[in-house]
Design a protein around this ligand. Structure first.
Ligand SMILES: [Zn+2]
Length: 215
């Protein structure tokens, strides 16, 4: 079992663990309705991984007005990505947003993703100065936004981002669980060779609805 994480709650589970309120540097409006809508868009992106056989994780970046400025899905298995080991949905979406806006600083923007970002992606969103991350399913094994690590709210960091987890969690988790069930059905479950062989970030380390980690 991975280290225990704070009980996930619907919606924001608060600022940095120091107890110090860290206001979002962006005046971007944040409502439960907008979060749910953004996760719906991210889910639609995630479903497109069927084209490459990647683990279904999708992400979008929206600007301070709620306009989508970047999209990305896992693409490690995609030949078009050059089998890029860093081609996680979040990184792909951040790059697209930066290209779209013509700047690498994405302050004021929100990253919405179907699975809690891993340490690499949490680091990337911090480097991009993203103001808020909203995600669906929790990842108690490799999550870096509150589960195992809490990079966006690390007191040592010079930038912090607001974290909102557990939005449309059941749908986001179900997409991943269905994917891995299909993998097992084909005999290429994690541990065997194949696209889902490894068990690292964004590789299905999420819980099911009962909080169990898929075996
Ligand atoms: Zn990642």
């Amino acid at each position: 079992m991975p280290p225990t994480s704070p009980p996930p709650q619907e919606g924001s589970f608060g600022p940095a663990r120091s107890g110090v309120t860290v206001p979002s540097p962006s005046p971007a409006p944040g409502t439960a309705e907008s979060y749910a809508e953004w996760l719906g868009l991210a889910l639609a992106v995630a479903r497109r991984t069927a084209e490459s056989g990647d683990v279904p994780v999708g992400a979008i970046v929206v600007d301070s007005l709620g306009v989508v400025v970047g999209r990305g899905r896992n693409a490690r298995e995609a030949a078009t990505s050059g089998f890029d080991p860093t081609a996680h949905a979040e990184v792909v979406a951040l790059r697209a947003a930066a290209r779209s806006l013509g700047r690498w600083r994405l302050d004021g923007c929100t990253l919405a993703v179907t699975l809690e970002p891993c340490p690499m992606c949490a680091g990337a969103l911090m480097l991009a100065r993203v103001s808020r991350v909203v995600f669906g399913a929790w990842d108690p094994k490799l999550g870096a936004c509150g589960s195992v690590w809490d990079i966006p709210r690390d007191r040592r960091a010079t930038h912090r981002a607001e974290v909102v987890g557990g939005i449309r969690e059941a749908e986001c988790a179900a997409l991943l669980l269905d994917f891995f069930a299909g993998q097992r059905g084909r005999g290429d479950a994690p541990g065997a060779a194949g696209p889902a062989a490894d068990d690292d970030a964004n590789q299905g380390t999420i819980r099911d609805a009962d909080g169990e980690i898929p075996s």
